[in-house]
Design a protein around this ligand. Sequence first.
Ligand code: BEZ
Ligand code: FE
Length: 287
Amino acid sequence: MRDFNEHTITQAVVDRFAETPDPRLKAVLTSLVRHLHDFVRDVDLTFEEWQAGIAFLTRTGQTCDQHRQEFILLSDTLGVSMLVDAINHRMPEGATETTVLGPFYVEEAPERPNGADIAGPLEGTPLLVTGSVASADGRPLAGATVDVWHADDDGSYDVQQLDALGGLAGRARFRTDAQGRFHFWTVMPAWYPIPADGPVGEMLNATSRHPNRPAHVHFMIAAPGHETLITHVFASDSPWLESDAVFGVKTSLIADFAEHPAGPAPDGRAMERPFRHLSYDFGLKAA
Ligand code: BEZ
Ligand code: FE
């Protein structure tokens, strides 16, 4: 076969995958080629545009290192991460909705006892977080691990300022008690821009998009016999809830971070200054 034209080349490439032993790989590649070719035809891609696209993807790869994954950020900002998340996490009644993991999760977060204050050197309004973990059918899950991490009141994560902070802060791992409950203290996180000094930032700029995410606390919750839940809880009074740069906001994940005057906190701590309180109950889907 030869002499392909703009109409016949797609089937020729698809046919070239005919002997692919793995049927799933064959299906994925076939669909990818069909959609890619349709895209090129749809926009009448110029040679200069094709070159610019290759250069953009090359820069995206060159921006990746052990701390930065620009391709995932590109996936996030094009809505692909949340689309994959939606397809793979169709949740039953009673299970908490999922959202993007983001780049700031650290596997080896320190395990802390319930009630601990994880703010360390981070400054800001004190925040009490109380919550529970149950199976989607309502059974409390004792001994579940609850990983939490969040930005500071400037919108930066600890891993973005490790030298200044001298270590991890605003993150920890807790275990639920016999009733499936956990609680900890930290400081109120602020909304923040995703890293926008690379190719993804170029794309956002060129399309007049902002890079901002509404204020949130990340949770990763694991319990035997259940799917690990990766999600955030967003502050209901934060800007950007309607235009999150990575399309991660779901109504069920927005909660009040209630304002309280100085005085006794719900966990008995005597607070000398005003604080905020987030209470959220999580449901895990059975594996
Ligand atoms: C985050 O919430 O930490 C995040 C998620 C996606 C992209 C960048 C940051
Ligand atoms: Fe975040």
